[in-house]
Design a protein around this ligand. Structure first.
Ligand code: PLP
Length: 301
C-alpha cells in the first residue's frame, strides 16, 4: 500500500508517494537550474486561480522553449489527482518543467535535451509563521541586487535564486525575517518568493517591472479596485520604500503578509498597518467565500 501521508507526486507519466519522486543528477534541470515552475495553493479543498497558474506556467515553458508532452488539460488533471492522492485540504502544489540532458552522441546543448514534468502536492506552506504574521515581517534591503531582467526574465518563474538566497542570508544576519531586493537602478523589485507593495500617503504602489507578475499580486490589484484604493504600478525608489507608511509582501505561500520594519525602522506602531490589514482580511474573507475557487476532484485518488 502506497503511503501518501507526506504528499503525492507526478513524474513523467507516473504517480507516486512524494518520497519516491527522484530526478537524475545529470539533468540540466539540476546542473544548470534549467527549470521553470509554478505553484498553486489549495485552501479548504479548492485550488485558487488554477487556470491563471496553468496559463503562466505554459507561458514560462514557451519562453524557455520547453515542450513536455502534457497539454494544459493534462496538467489540470494531474494537479487534481496529486492533491486527491495526498488527501490534503490545504496544500502547496508545485508544477515544474525540467530539462533533461541530450542523448548520448548529441551535441551538449539544451536544444537537444527533452523536457518533462514533475509535480507534487505537500501540506500548505507559508513564507511567514504565525508570530511573524501577527507582528508584521521585518525586512531588509540587502546589498545584493536582483539579477537583471534583461539577463533572466523574472516573469518566467525560475530557479535562478542565487541573488534571492544571498539576500535572505543577509537579512537573517541583520536579525530580520526576509529581504526585499533592489535592482541596479535602485528600484525595488521583489523578494525570495514574494511581490512587494508600499503605501505612502494613502496610495498603494507596486513595481511596474523587474518582478514576477504574481497571481497574488493580481489578486491585490483586484482587491484595490473593489475597495476603491488608489494603486500605481511604477518604479519605487529604495529611499521611498524605506520611508513608506506601510508595506506588505504577497505570495501564493502565505497570501498578503504585512511588514512592520524596514532596515530596522519601525513603521507605525510596529504592527501590521491598517490598509495592509484591511486588504489581508478581505483577501481571506473572499477566499472563504469561494473567490476564484476550483474544488479539488477528490474522486481521482
Ligand atoms: N516573486 C517571486 C520571485 C516568487 O517566487 C513568487 C512566488 O511564489 C512571487 C513573486 C509571488 O507570486 P505568486 O503570487 O504567483 O505566488
Amino acid at each position: 500500500m502506497d503511503d501518501y501521508s507526506k504528499g503525492a507526486a507526478y513524474l513523467s507519466g507516473d504517480y507516486m508517494p512524494l518520497d519516491r519522486a527522484r530526478i537524475p543528477v545529470t539533468h540540466f534541470a539540476f546542473r544548470r537550474s534549467d527549470v521553470c515552475y509554478d505553484v498553486v495553493g489549495v485552501w479548504d479543498g479548492a485550488f485558487f486561480r488554477l487556470d491563471d497558474h496553468i496559463r503562466r506556467f505554459r507561458a514560462s515553458m514557451v519562453k524557455l522553449r520547453m515542450t513536455p508532452p502534457e497539454s494544459d488539460d493534462d496538467i489540470r488533471r494531474i494537479l487534481h489527482r496529486i492533491v486527491a492522492l495526498s488527501g490534503l485540504r490545504r496544500a502547496y502544489v508545485a508544477m515544474d518543467c525540467l530539462r533533461a540532458s541530450p542523448p548520448p552522441g548529441a551535441p551538449r546543448s539544451a536544444a537537444f535535451a527533452p523536457s518533462y514534468l514533475s509535480c507534487f502536492a505537500v501540506p500548505w506552506i507559508s513564507l511567514a509563521d504565525d508570530g511573524q504574521m501577527a507582528r508584521g515581517l521585518h525586512v531588509v534591503i540587502p546589498d545584493v541586487q536582483r539579477i537583471a531582467p534583461e539577463a533572466v526574465d523574472p516573469r518566467v518563474k525560475n530557479f535562478h535564486w542565487g541573488d534571492l538566497t544571498a539576500g535572505l542570508f543577509q537579512a537573517h544576519d541583520a536579525g530580520a525575517d526576509t529581504a526585499v531586493l533592489a535592482d541596479a537602478r535602485g528600484m525595488i523589485t521583489e523578494g525570495p518568493g514574494f511581490n512587494v507593495f508600499s503605501i505612502t500617503g494613502g496610495t498603494i504602489a507596486t513595481p511596474r517591472c523587474g518582478a514576477l507578475e504574481g497571481i497574488t499580486r493580481q489578486s491585490v490589484m483586484d482587491l484595490c479596485a473593489e475597495l476603491g484604493l488608489p494603486l500605481e504600478l511604477r518604479d519605487i525608489p529604495v529611499a521611498e520604500f524605506r520611508q513608506a507608511d506601510e508595506a506588505f509582501v504577497c505570495s501564493t505561500a502565505g497570501g498578503i503578509m504585512p511588514v512592520s520594519r524596514i532596515d530596522g525602522r519601525i513603521m507605525g506602531n510596529d504592527r501590521p498597518g491598517p490598509v495592509s490589514t484591511r486588504l489581508r482580511d478581505r483577501f481571506w474573507q473572499k477566499r472563504a467565500e469561494g473567490w476564484h475557487a476550483t474544488p479539488v476532484d477528490y474522486s481521482l485518488a
